[in-house]
Write a protein that binds this ligand. Structure first.
Ligand SMILES: Nc1nc2c(ncn2[C@@H]2O[C@H](COP(=O)(O)OP(=O)(O)OP(=O)(O)O)[C@@H](O)[C@H]2O)c(=O)[nH]1
Length: 471
């Protein structure tokens, strides 16, 4: 079962439970059985599934729920929480520190996506202002060095390797030494893979490990291998001290269970690969992953907070969005991403943002999409501090230059994006406030707003909304 199908099956089971006239033990069991079946079909380990089902049952004791409580919501929340719990493998014991020398070694089987992931990891950090460098210690596969060289050149990342030297340890040590001298703060060592877990691979890995003393070992795992993932992850973990995991090929026909299986090994998943391209690489967050899997999207936990509190507090939280200073660059990027991933033009948003044609003039959709994509890439090059702020003035000259360098675009385009962001934040807060004025009855206003926010998270039609206005 592919990832999208897994999400659909779980959502469907929750939906059917929500539609039942009376939510009793049988309805709850049917819902959980359906979810368990979907997870098992996606190759998730039996033990994980069994624990998840029994935990939900323990937490939702239907007999003890006070009358008046919304059982459906409670069950749904318990299911989502358990799924998140199942995937939450904690934080890696080491996180590279900017400005210091960090050596990170990548290990994994042949074809798992190691070399590609090394470059993606370097590229991701380079855009955030790091000085990464790549060392190819894969002397087993002919062509590995050329592949790394090609990727590194494309991303303008320094690399080290050799076509002639056959000793991976020697290359790894030379490369690490050289880049340490050149003051690179993130030195990434790509190692050889083998078709299966064999003694020679582990021995070589151990030698490279001993010689380079990496701060962090990242295990790269192909998500499409199903149940075998568990044994594989365990074997690598036992051989070198794996500190973090990257799960690749989560796009396409990957078995949905891949990321969930690796959870059983309790090695923290830090990134997922979602395609062959350099920027198809995402920070892994268990909660966001599950919410997206279930088609719920996520506005940085805001929705969650809103649903968890009473009406008065809801009003207070939503109030936040009326103020443009709460619309951060991170939120702007999220909204653009939602719009970029999908294509049709709005049908449900005109009520909030005015006539859609006014905002997305006909014939300009392609241009707007391309521009929005460039803006997203620019914001990928922002630091967390920048993404969490809503003051374009913080993005001074040197920051603008760094972002432009990271995104590979002219400085002028970054300035254009900053202006666009400012306009959109203004516009959005004004429109939200107007909507509130026009519809002062709290329940209606809140309902419309909550709906809108839910749609933002899972909508298939955000395309033209934030890019189409000709200013
Ligand atoms: N669709 C998809 N393909 C990926 C992803 N990551 C890597 N690939 C592809 O998987 C194939 C193998 O990737 P490599 O990076 O060469 O794998 P490797 O683990 O370095 O292989 P060895 O060097 O032989 O050990 C390539 O065709 C990559 O483009 C991903 O997230 N999604």
């Amino acid at each position: 079962m592919v990832l999208a199908q897994l999400g659909e099956s779980i959502s469907q089971a929750i939906h059917e439970m929500s539609n039942a006239t009376i939510v009793d033990e049988k309805v709850l069991n049917d819902c959980l059985n359906e979810i368990a079946r979907a997870l098992l079909q996606a190759d998730v380990q039996f033990k994980l599934v069994r624990d998840m089902v029994s935990n939900v049952k323990k937490k939702v004791n239907l007999n003890n729920l006070a009358a008046g409580l919304n059982k459906r919501k409670i069950i749904e929340k318990a299911i989502v929480n358990e799924l998140c719990e199942m995937l939450d493998t904690g934080k890696p014991f080491f996180t590279p520190q900017k400005g210091k020398t960090n050596v990170v070694m990548f290990v994994g089987l042949q074809g798992s996506g190691k070399t590609t992931t090394c470059t993606k990891y370097a590229y991701y950090h380079q855009k955030k202002g790091w000085r990464p460098a790549l060392v190819c210690a894969d002397t087993f596969r002919a062509g590995a060095f050329d592949q790394l060289k090609q990727n590194a050149t494309k991303a303008k990342i320094p690399y080290y390797g050799s076509h002639l030297e056959s000793d991976p340890v020697k290359i790894a040590v030379e490369g690490v030494e050289r880049f340490k001298k050149e003051n690179h703060d993130l030195i990434i060592v790509d190692t050889s893979g083998r078709h299966k877990q064999e003694a020679a691979l582990f021995e070589e890995m151990r030698q490279v490990f001993e010689a380079t003393k990496p701060d962090l070992v990242i295990f790269v795992m192909d998500s499409s291998i199903g149940q075998a993932a568990f044994d594989q992850a365990q074997a690598f973990k036992q051989s070198v001290s794996v500190g973090a995991v990257v799960v690749t090929k989560m796009d396409g026909h990957a078995k949905g269970g891949g990321a969930l299986i690796v959870a059983a090994t309790k090695s923290p998943v830090i990134f997922i690969g979602t395609g062959e391209h350099m920027d198809q690489f995402e920070v892994f967050d268990a909660k966001q992953f599950i919410l997206r899997l279930l088609g719920k999207g996520d506005l940085s936990g805001l929705l969650d907070k809103i649903e968890a509190v009473d009406m008065d507090q809801q009003a207070e939280l939503l109030q936040q969005l009326y103020h443009k200073e709460n619309i951060t660059f991170g939120l702007y990027q999220y909204i653009l991403k939602m719009g970029y991933q999908v294509c049709n033009v709005t049908s449900h948003l005109p009520f909030l943002l005015g006539k859609s044609k006014e905002l997305a003039p006909e014939g300009q959709e392609k241009e707007i999409l391309a521009k929005n994509k460039r803006y997203i890439i620019m914001m990928d090059s922002m630091t967390n501090e920048e993404l969490n702020c809503s003051n374009p003035k913080l993005i001074n000259g040197s920051r603008i230059m760094r972002i432009a360098r990271g995104a590979g675009c002219p400085v002028g385009e970054v300035m254009e994006m900053l202006k666009k962001y400012k306009d959109i934040a203004n516009e959005l807060s004004v429109r939200l406030r107007n909507m509130k004025k026009q519809n002062p009855r709290r329940s209606d206003g809140m309902g419309a707003m909550l709906n809108w926010m839910k749609q933002l998270g899972s909508s298939k039609d955000m395309m033209g909304i934030f890019g189409g206005r000709n200013k």
